[in-house]
Design a binder for this molecule. Structure first.
Ligand SMILES: C[S@@+](CC[C@H](N)C(=O)[O-])C[C@H]1O[C@@H](n2cnc3c(N)ncnc32)[C@H](O)[C@@H]1O
Length: 187
């Protein structure tokens, strides 16, 4: 069955926003096993393949997975797979970028549980969401945009031992985006 993300065009060039995620990952991923939830076209993986120990990149769009597999084929340490496949519990870092804001809250909560399950002790879960406004702009094309509040996130992350929140305002033409960055540690 096709997925709305199959039809949506997105750049295969690294963009200034992905660079923000890269800046957060760089100090912590050297030699580590890293999982990306909602990898898109693996722009981030391709940029960091030489630094990380390995990447498992998952997405629920078959077309994006297929394209990313082609793009990453020359790297033995990047494995791209469909998001519904089983994940083994062995990651040091789980991250997600510009993905949870397009997901129903129930699914977001399920991914928080998965992140906790697949992280090793001392592992870290890093992600970004949009904190406000998007509930008032629920559909763009067929893609939903949902805001997540700190309260909802802290509930979904209750099994983690330490959770840190950081706010960043992203300037946009029509309306600035209030991003919330989260780092949750499993001790
Ligand atoms: C805006 S794109 C971001 C891609 C990439 N993280 C980036 O920043 O370039 C959102 C991605 O999330 C994926 N996605 C949406 N819902 C998902 C789900 N339930 N599980 C896994 N991936 C999902 C989409 O297929 C899409 O590739």
């Amino acid at each position: 069955m096709s997925n709305i993300w199959d039809e949506r065009e997105e750049s295969m060039e690294l963009d200034e926003y992905q660079q923000r995620m890269i800046d957060r990952l760089l100090p912590i991923i050297a030699g580590k096993k890293v999982l990306d939830i909602g990898c898109g076209y693996c722009n981030i993986e391709l940029e960091l393949a030489d630094v990380a120990g390995s990447f498992t990149a998952v997405d629920d769009s078959k077309i994006r997975v297929q394209k990313s597999q082609e793009r990453c084929a020359k790297y033995d340490n990047i494995n791209v797979q469909l998001a519904d496949e089983n994940l083994l519990p062995y990651f040091d870092v789980v991250f997600s970028f510009r993905t949870f804001q397009h997901m129903e809250k129930k699914q977001f909560k399920a991914y928080c549980k998965t992140a906790y399950r697949v992280l090793k002790n001392n592992g870290i879960f890093i992600f970004q969401v949009v904190e406000r406004y998007l509930d008032y702009q629920p559909i763009r094309g067929k893609i939903t945009h949902l805001a997540h509040t700190e309260k909802e996130i802290s509930k979904a992350l209750k099994m983690f031992d330490e959770v840190k929140y950081e706010r960043e305002i992203i300037p946009r033409k029509k309306r600035n985006f209030p991003w919330l960055w989260i780092e949750a540690k499993k001790c």
